[in-house]
Design a protein around this ligand. Structure first.
Ligand code: NDP
Length: 327
């Protein structure tokens, strides 16, 4: 038996989230059982746990799109009992029981070996948000963006993706501008490496199709009007890595930045990203992020706090990352 957060639907269609005792026999099929030590709360977990968007496709479901722990049993030659592993995405926590529990049974194909130098807790201080921030940085670099090209904007600056993206870009020598709705956190964003902090109100309302050329590139976790205004403000030949929808899923923009300024919109997906790219992202994170920064950027909670914290996350009241110590 083990503890997990279980989402169920009541007869009247309401969503119930309860920490409960679960049995190994209830775990979904898979060829590796992982003894989980840490999971996290990402924006998508917030949507799943509160039911604010249809992230969960079948019930009952253990949410949690990522986890880290130790292999307890393996039917696959790539993993042995005692191996330290982590997992992000692949529909785990959406269609397959996820990380907000003390055990998970998953496909070996989905697991990444914990990069050397990281504890499970540190890997989850990054979690899917931090790994996605790295995928966004890699997307900008693939398109040839270098520090000399000019400042890079990060939207949703105080969030999980935003804080890690700021730290990674600053560490690589980029001049980082951060857009936030929380000006009271400006000093914190500067400590992470932001040179300028701007009010997100300047970006989140309908704007002109082409605006003053301000940034060489951007990492956007917000979507909607913000993404449209960011694209309209990118310098000639620049790049926007788009990964999120905190403002909305819509994209009320025009093609003008793409066809008149040669701007590239690079979509970033973490869920189905191929293994080679995941491994590269995690290896880079292990090299490029300092443990002190992770500690400063992380709040640790227990399974019993997950529901209340998910509400705070969606209300934009969480700064940085939330790690869930499931034991
Ligand atoms: P967080 O909740 O940690 O951060 C989101 C941030 O966005 C908030 O902190 C806030 O920053 C800003 N924000 C919130 N609401 C609004 C709004 N209405 N308008 C403008 N800005 C807003 O979430 P994560 O960092 O975990 O995820 C960010 C986004 O990226 C989510 O949409 C998530 O689904 C997506 N994502 C996508 C992935 C992929 O594979 N493509 C993987 C991981 C995340 P501030 O207070 O500073 O303004």
């Amino acid at each position: 038996m083990f503890q997990g957060l279980l989402l169920t639907r009541t007869d009247d269609g309401a969503l119930k989230a309860t920490v409960t005792e679960l049995d190994d026999a209830q775990l979904p099929p898979g060829d590796v059982i992982v003894q989980i030590s840490h999971s996290t709360l990402n924006y998508k977990d917030g949507l799943a746990i509160t039911g604010k968007a249809p992230v969960v496709r079948s019930f009952p479901m253990v949410p949690g799109i990522d986890f880290a722990g130790v292999v307890q049993w393996s039917d696959d030659v790539r993993f042995r009992e005692g191996d330290a592993v982590l997992l992000n995405g692949w529909g785990v926590g959406e269609t397959h029981w996820g990380g907000l529990a003390q055990r998970a049974r998953v496909r070996a194909d989905w697991l990444v070996s914990l990069p050397g130098g990281f504890t499970a807790a540190q890997a989850m201080s990054l979690g899917t948000a931090g790994y996605t921030a790295m995928l966004c940085v890699m997307a900008l670099q693939r398109e040839g963006i270098v520090p000399e090209a000019g400042p890079v904007l990060v939207t949703g600056a105080n969030g999980g993706v935003g804080t890690i993206a700021i730290a990674l870009l600053a560490q690589l020598g980029f001049e980082v501008h951060a857009s936030t709705g929380r000006p009271q956190e400006a000093d914190y964003l500067r400590q992470l490496g932001a040179k300028e902090v701007i009010d997100r109100a300047a970006l989140n309302a309908p704007g002109k199709p082409l605006q003053k050329e301000r940034w060489a590139a951007a990492i956007d976790s917000v979507g909607s009007h913000t993404l449209a205004n960011v694209c309209a403000s990118i310098r000639y030949g620049g790049v926007v890595a788009a990964c999120g929808l905190a403002q909305g899923m819509d994209f009320p923009g025009s093609v003008a930045p793409f066809i008149l300024r040669g701007v590239t919109l690079a979509g970033v997906d973490s869920v189905m990203a191929p293994m080679a790219r995941r491994t590269q992202a995690w290896e880079r994170l292990a090299r490029e992020i300092s443990p002190e920064l992770l500690a400063r950027n992380t709040e640790t909670i227990g399974l019993g706090d997950a529901v209340a914290t998910a509400e705070r996350l969606l209300a934009g009241q969480v700064r940085g990352r939330v790690v869930v110590d499931v034991n």
